[in-house]
Design a protein around this ligand. Structure first.
Ligand SMILES: NC(=O)c1ccc[n+]([C@@H]2O[C@H](COP(=O)([O-])OP(=O)(O)OC[C@H]3O[C@@H](n4cnc5c(N)ncnc54)[C@H](O)[C@@H]3O)[C@@H](O)[C@H]2O)c1
Length: 349
């Protein structure tokens, strides 16, 4: 069997952390080609190209500073060149950029290539919800699995113990992905309920924005716990309404479900920016620039996509948490009204 070639499409905070894991795992295995190409959206850092810095210093100084990448991870600025000949494509870029990058790769991907998306987000289409994995699948005509979990990239890069969930319908692909990504401190479960795994990863970012509002408004841990629980109930209800396949409640007990929700509501970037927003004085765009150093905020954008779908189906009143996050982020509703929205939650009537 020829060695399996792997390409990582993306090189932000999470892309670089997963590159560190895969780069090391591949060095220990003879099933994989030892070189991993990583597509890097080129930018200049103090006048130097980011790809050049990564290839010479083996560090993504902008998105994962302080962590050396294994030298077999090679940064490539052209996505077509990076993906050329790859048997496995790992997609890990902010979700708003996925249609464009897939368009660039159409017709350039080897037949039989398998993909896995680590992207947390959803899109909307005239028919309603569109999963990011569906966009990749439709554009590139390849099998696509997903990986989601309680995985704050910096902690994963520091090799602090955590778990993750792979949603994969093909057991052979599931085994390969597990071999590629599992380490003693990054434990992988594989389930076949792919759509639920993926939708959890997107929706939890909306709940995290709500959790950040509560922090900024000075509420305590009881309130945060209520937001997490109500958020989880809305995530389950939304999944049941919009997933194409069946929705297993057990999937919400995996790392991609409750665990990711908790970590994001305590530690993630969406929570952090929402807390600063609730303290007042600055817009979300200003805070994203100021606090995230080029990283992208996902929760508000996902709330807008979800809101459009709920509005279209005339069921906004069933999802007060998702809807009020959207209205506060985009329609000028006062952040102080966030709790009022929750006081009339369908869970309590
Ligand atoms: N960071 C985490 O802790 C974490 C953990 C799990 C999942 N995720 C998910 O992984 C995905 C990628 O997030 P990340 O943290 O790696 O990225 P990031 O937010 O750290 O970085 C932004 C990335 O987007 C790239 N970029 C900027 N402008 C671009 C453009 N016009 N076109 C294409 N790319 C552009 C940048 O080069 C950079 O690589 C997201 O869906 C996120 O939700 C992140």
């Amino acid at each position: 069997m020829p060695p399996i070639k792997v390409c990582i499409v993306g090189s932000g905070n999470w892309g670089s952390a997963i590159a560190k894991i895969i780069g090391k795992n591949i060095q220990k295995s003879n099933r994989f080609d030892p070189v991993i190409k990583m597509w890097v959206f080129e930018e200049l850092i103090n006048g130097r190209k980011l790809t050049e810095i990564i290839n010479q210093e083996h560090e993504n100084v902008k998105y994962l500073p302080g962590h050396k990448l294994p030298p077999n991870v090679v940064a490539v600025p052209d996505p077509v060149e990076a993906a050329s000949g790859a048997d496995i494509l790992i997609f890990v870029i902010p979700h708003q950029f996925i249609p464009k990058i897939c368009d660039q790769l159409v017709g350039k991907v080897k037949s039989g290539t398998i993909g896995i998306s680590l992207i947390k987000g959803v899109d909307e289409s005239p028919e309603g919800l569109k999963l990011i994995s569906d966009i990749i699948r439709e554009k590139l005509k390849i099998e696509v699995s997903v990986l989601m979990g309680a995985n704050i990239a910096n902690e994963v890069a520091e090799e602090k113990f955590c778990e993750t969930t792979i949603g994969c319908k093909n057991p052979n692909s599931g085994k390969i992905f597990k071999e590629l990504m599992q380490t003693p401190n990054f434990r992988v479960s594989v389930v076949d309920d792919c759509d639920t795994v993926e939708i959890c990863g997107a929706l939890k970012n909306i709940v995290a924005v709500g959790a950040g509002f509560c922090d900024g408004l000075g509420f305590g841990d009881n309130t945060k716990a209520a937001v997490i629980r109500l958020g989880l109930m809305e995530m389950i209800a939304f999944s049941k309404l919009f997933c194409k396949g069946s929705v297993a409640i057990n999937t919400f007990l995996e790392s991609c479900g409750i665990a990711d929700l908790i970590t994001t509501c305590y530690g993630g970037r969406n929570r952090k920016v929402a807390e600063a927003f609730a303290r007042g004085g600055k817009t979300l765009e200003e805070l994203e620039k100021e606090l995230l150093n080029g990283q992208k905020l996902q929760g508000p954008l996902t709330s807008a996509e979800v809101y459009k779908i709920l509005k279209q189906k005339n069921i906004v009143n069933k999802f007060p948490l998702f809807v009020s996050v959207y209205q506060i982020c985009y329609e000028g509703k006062s952040v102080k009204d966030f709790i009022t929205c929750l006081q009339n939650h369908p869970e309590h009537v």
